[in-house]
Write a protein that binds this ligand. Sequence first.
Ligand SMILES: [Zn+2]
Length: 228
Amino acid sequence: MSLFEEDKLRSLVVEGAKQVYSRGLVEAGEGNISVRVPDKSQMFITPTFNTYKDLEKAEIVHMEFSGMVLSRGRKPSSEYRLHANIYQARPRAMAVIHTHSPYATMLSAARKTIPVLIEEQVIFLGGFVNISDFASAHTQEFSKNVINALGSRNGTLMANHGCIVCGRTMKHAIKMAELVEKLAKIHYGATQMGGTVRISEKSCPMFIDEFEENFATHSNRILQCEED
Ligand SMILES: [Zn+2]
């Protein structure tokens, strides 16, 4: 990898981190953002104890999916394994963002899924937002549960923890992290007003097609609907 390419990937992680921080989706010391190194089993990821505000390119950690750190300086986020496992399971995923954004985390603590409430959700996320079974963070079981809950979609809540999204680009991943939080807010608010009325994924095939063409990161399409 050339220095130019490395600089570009480090910049992408910093940009993603600053964007999610400025939108209130993460606070200092929580969440993590990464990009895959194309054609390698490697990624660049935010460091542990990341304060976001002053994050610089030099602090971004270059590492193997196996856990071996290739750069000097900061240690990687303690949740690096989850990012690595998602890249391994999804060859088309180029960026992963994990947040503890307030409404998504609230729903994850209540162990609620988010049904399809708006069509935009189908286009970017591929359908309803599932919730993973609980496992201790940083474990292989945790990764397995999250990947299962993702199914063929691009985002999921993680039981009593927060949410995670993956995209073909950092821009997509930022959009998805924002969207999951917005949906969690809508779901919570509509529930206070007497409940939500869901849309079925099956009723909007053109949006599923748009998802598949432009945003999907899974390797096998399985249209799973919440009502199934
Ligand atoms: Zn976390």
